[in-house]
Design a protein around this ligand. Structure first.
Ligand code: HGY
Ligand code: MN
Ligand code: MN
Length: 435
């Protein structure tokens, strides 16, 4: 904890981001897809999600920027470097949200990245490396599964066709929705070879209570815990609610509830680090006077230890088979993300730059997953966290203090500048061999 807690604002020469612009743009972005009680609802490829992407594009019409969209909808804002062949420094996050989500999750990282680019322009900074802002398509996976879809396709972990064929709850297919998105943005998709960034750094709210409880301004993220998501499909037999005796039914909903209760019990007594959530349940045909024929629900499981995660697959199937009778059950894995450790050199750089601005900073693991977890399989990657009120996220009450948004964006500015290697005349020193 630094002895003098700075406010993380621009230092004496105004070096860093433009606070007013960051906060104004945040308010502007929050109006896109806003909900009546202060949240946002921006499902991937919805009109609101598309409008949000278009708004960011509108800020970068200057000639030294290139704007590209790839074949799964990831949007890239590319600031030219002195060496066009140098691998870029990438930053980014996402603009899509869960239903009735918050105004900060993902959005903060995109706006801060945009602010870093604009502030480098304002300071007349030139860099050897290009700098790319990535707005990842469908990070949430709320509307179209899986979570972190856009970056997963880009790193080669998810097939493009699998993404394009993803279907939402209303039967809308990702591919045709993506075409509408391209048309609305007026962009033709550019199939991109595997990305080759030299570094990737993402700013995000913590989405948990640790930093706020400790009174710490900046989090250096050591890594991301692993994620398993499944869909469990239970199949029974539709029957008349009035005439069918209870012992003659194959009630898919009752069986699903037994499986859900069995899984909850199975993971409740764990080591205190397991996170188990059933977030969605669908019952068909959904008529009050018909015994349910189908019940499908999702399971989201998280843990920092890969060995525990490996055990979960077997546990899920065992409990499902045990509780499903007399119905049939199928367990469909949706995504499997191993725990990720971020680059120690980038972590040290984040901590050092936060301290240099007089900000208290601590290291912590991320409970939520992020596109950075995918990027860490590709390049030297790190994340910067700021606190969020009561640790609340994926809820309309999600909130971060403007001073913390500014502090986080300034640390991102410093880290990107260090990694991109300043070359303009004002550069005080040659590019340090950082990592
Ligand atoms: O699911 C997650 O952890 C992220 O918020 N999409
Ligand atoms: Mn997020
Ligand atoms: Mn999220």
């Amino acid at each position: 904890m630094s002895d003098v807690e700075s406010d993380g604002r621009a230092d004496s020469e105004g070096w860093g981001i433009c606070e007013e612009r960051l906060l104004e743009r945040h308010m502007e972005m929050a109006r896109i897809g806003e909900t009546p009680t202060g949240g946002v609802d921006r499902g991937a490829l919805s009109n609101a999600d598309t409008d949000a992407h278009a708004l960011v594009m509108s800020w970068f019409r200057q000639s030294h920027y290139r704007i590209e969209v790839d074949d799964v909808g990831n949007l890239f804002i590319i600031r030219a470097g002195q060496d066009p062949n140098a691998s870029p420094v990438m930053t980014g996050s996402h603009l899509d949200s869960p239903p009735n989500g918050g105004r900060f999750d993902g959005t903060l990282g995109v706006l801060a990245g945009a602010e870093v680019l604009a502030s480098l322009d304002r300071h007349g900074v030139e860099t050897r490396r290009p700098i790319e802002l990535a707005i990842w398509m469908n990070e949430e996976g709320s509307r179209f599964s899986p979570v972190t879809m856009g970056s997963a396709v880009r790193i080669g972990r998810l097939g493009l066709d699998e993404a394009l064929n993803s279907v939402d709850e209303n039967g809308a297919v990702f591919g045709p929705q993506l075409q509408r998105y391209f048309e609305k943005l007026g962009l033709a998709p550019m199939p991109r070879p595997r990305l080759d960034p030299a570094f990737y750094v993402e700013l995000h709210i913590e989405q948990g209570p640790i930093l706020e409880n400790r009174g710490v301004r900046i989090g250096t993220v050591s890594g991301v815990q692993g994620v398993r998501q499944y869909r469990i499909d239970v199949t029974g037999k539709a029957a008349h609610a009035g005439t069918t005796p209870m012992d003659m039914r194959k009630d898919a909903f009752v069986a699903a509830c037994r499986i859900a209760a069995g899984l909850t019990a199975e993971f409740a007594d764990d080591d205190g680090r397991t996170r188990f959530t059933i977030g969605r349940m669908r019952v068909l045909p959904g008529a009050p006077n018909t015994v349910p024929e189908k019940a499908s629900f999702t399971v989201d499981l998280r843990h920092p230890d890969p060995r525990r995660l490996a055990e979960y697959d077997a546990k899920i199937s065992t409990v499902a088979a045990r509780e499903a009778s007399p119905c049939a059950v199928a367990v469909e894995p949706l995504i499997s993300l191993e725990p990720v450790v971020f680059n120690p050199g980038i972590c040290d750089l984040i901590t050092g730059r936060a301290r240099r601005r007089g900000l208290s900073v601590e290291t912590l693991l991320s409970g939520a997953t992020h596109d950075a977890a995918n990027m860490a399989t590709l390049t030297k990657t790190g994340m910067i966290f700021i606190p969020c009120r009561d640790g609340v996220s994926h809820h309309e009450d999600e909130h971060a203090k403007p001073a913390d948004m500014i502090a986080g964006a300034n640390v991102l500015f410093d880290v990107i500048l260090a990694l991109a290697e300043r070359t303009d005349a004002h550069a005080a020193i040659a590019a340090p061999a950082l990592i």
